[in-house]
Write a protein of this length. Sequence first.
Length: 222
Amino acid sequence: MVLLGETFPDFTADTQIGTIKFHEWLGDSWAILFSHPNDFTPVCTTELARVAKLMPEFKRLGVKVIALSCNSIDSHHKWIEDIRSYGDLMDKEFPYPIIEDQSRKLATLFGMLDPMEVDGQGLPMSARAVFIIDPAKKMRLSILYPATTGRNFDEIIRVIESLQLTEKYKVATPVDWKKGDDVMIQPTISDAEAKACYNSIKTVMLPSGKTYLRIVPQPIDA
């Protein structure tokens, strides 16, 4: 199982577009690796169609997308036709690879398996894992959803925007933050350094008397 901040392991896998070497495929990009319990299942079909429609957003953010399901390449090809039909994508090529993991080797390595969900042979299926990996190939976010709960990919885009913003600037994003909202100066930044970086700082006064809530407008690149 990969922990936050650790290097995401390199691996070789077969997909419906051919064999990939993960680090080579990743290059110097951000990436999302997300897993699915099974092909031809209702929630998974809605999710993969949603991601296909969101590809312009992921491209805007410089994020590559790759999925994993514990089924064969042949199964993936057939399932993709259902996904394209459901998502009204029949006039478009499917935009990202789906990894074959019938042996559960990768799902086991990455801690994706859900013992409460099994297939017809009694084998555990992968949970709805979401891994966000940065250009340095470090794990930056990990979420595990149960099979019965579909993911919110608007939230995943929001998280990527936060990660990329806080990577570039010494800020943190508060609860329910959305792109364009105010942000907070990281507590490791001194007041003197903060004043040198930001013209407008709103310090929230608290009963403790501590001045750690320092709010500034979201930095915007010129």
